[in-house]
Design a protein around this ligand. Structure first.
Ligand SMILES: Cc1ncc(COP(=O)(O)O)c(C=O)c1O
Length: 403
């Protein structure tokens, strides 16, 4: 069912002339999210977990309420939620926490991930593998999906850690994380999931996925920039050492050694992005009001339409997951007649906002034997009319470059 995009657009600041098809880079911000941040700055500006004055108490209550909201949003417990600055920090922190703890040791010798990962997921693993002298193996793709047969072969008793994204930020493909996590757990591996591209597009249920850890950024799901989440299952979190040290995360400090606070405080050193966290709570309210399933239903129609119309243009190859059920709302494409940067520049003249490049997924592009792609990404405020404007503009680019 298409959503009433005209009504939805009124919940956002006016979108400048044109079409915004870059939500996979960052979503637009609902007015309600800005209001929530402003309310914090105007009505109860104070640090959290520190003061006893009424603003400090209110700020702490709101901050901790959001922890509960996030936990419910992904079917976790509040103690399992760590606030970070975004997916990149979450991913780096998690890998460092694993590295500094004794949870990966002995017989387990391999780290497993996929060629489709975003660099934020992949590069910390590479660094970890280098520090420990461990092999890092990558599950290949079959078309734009993961090669599950190969993946099943690659998950063995040696697998210490499996890191896999829930959905690709290039092809939109939704991965069968439940399947891979089940195989990895059978061999005793730890499973971490990058849910950054998926958050706000499909429901996230860490119980159903069966992962040990999962992370995402707020700014791709209507929250402000600079706030993110790292979920780690309690039984694993209890075993992990913190990787960032400072105020709030300690229970006692001696001259030479210190003791850590309870979870999750142990993993939230220093002053966090309080306004961002409060904005994240408002973003979840917004998402739940519009229903993530409804959003996916709406976006699916745009994906179907965009794939059909783009493929009619000579020289255009779509590299998206074409089954809309398995696509979070991304249609990337390459044009035989021009580099993605040139295509995006022509589109920008028509105020069609897309992203050209490798989208921080160089290995995915290498696997598809292309240097880069042009990515159109959809969210609940986009309409069929937006797809028409995209397609018209790509036709115009085609005419310019092939004349
Ligand atoms: C799938 C995926 N993972 C991780 C990231 C990194 O997110 P951030 O830049 O917000 O830290 C992104 C951002 O593009 C992404 O799409």
């Amino acid at each position: 069912m298409p959503l009433d995009t005209l009504k939805i657009k009124k919940e956002f600041p006016p979108i400048p002339d044109g079409v915004y098809l870059d939500s996979a880079a960052t979503s637009l911000t609902p007015l309600a999210v800005m209001d929530a941040e402003l309310e914090y700055y105007t009505d109860f500006r104070a640090n959290v977990h520190r003061g006893f004055f009424k603003e400090a108490v209110r700020a702490t209550e709101r901050y901790e309420e959001v922890r509960k909201r996030v936990a419910a949003f992904i079917h976790a417990d509040p103690e399992e939620i760590i606030f970070t600055s975004g997916a990149t920090e979450s991913s780096n922190m998690f890998v460092r926490m694993i590295d500094e703890s004794a949870v990966v040791a002995g017989e387990r010798m391999e780290i497993l991930s996929t060629v489709m990962e975003h660099h934020a997921g992949l590069v910390p693993l590479q660094q970890f593998a280098r520090r420990r002298g461990l092999p890092l193996r990558l599950i290949p793709m079959k078309g734009v999906a993961l090669d599950y047969e190969e993946g099943a072969q690659m998950i063995t008793k040696k697998t210490a850690l499996l890191s896999v994204m829930l959905a690709s930020n290039v092809s939109g493909a939704i991965n069968d994380v439940h399947l891979l996590a089940g195989l990895a757990h059978r061999e005793g591996a730890i499973v971490v999931v990058d849910a950054t591209a998926a958050a706000g597009h499909i429901p996230i249920d860490v119980q159903q996925l069966g992962c040990d850890a999962l992370y995402f950024s707020g700014h791709k799901m209507f929250a402000p920039t600079g706030v993110g989440v790292l979920f780690v299952k309690r039984e694993l979190l209890e075993k992990l050492s913190p990787s960032v040290f400072g105020g709030h995360m300690i229970s006692h400090v001696g001259e030479q050694v210190s003791e850590w606070a309870e979870i999750p405080s142990r993993f939230e050193a220093g002053t966090k992005n309080i306004a961002g966290v409060i904005g994240l709570g408002a973003a979840i309210d917004f998402l739940e009001r519009h229903d993530v399933n409804e959003i996916h239903g709406h976006v699916k129609e745009l994906v179907t339409y965009a794939v059909i119309e783009l493929e009619k243009i000579p020289g255009v190859t779509v590299i998206a997951e074409k089954d809309p059920e398995k696509n979070i709302g991304i249609v990337s494409f390459v044009c035989a007649w021009a580099h993605p940067h040139d295509v995006a520049e022509i589109l920008a003249r028509d105020n069609v906002a897309v992203r050209p490049g490798h989208h921080c997924a160089i290995l995915l592009h290498a696997a598809l034997r292309i240097p880069a792609s042009t990515r159109a990404s959809f969210h609940l405020y986009n309409s069929k009319n937006d797809v028409d404007m995209l397609v018209e503009s790509v036709k115009k680019a085609c005419a310019i470059f092939t004349q």
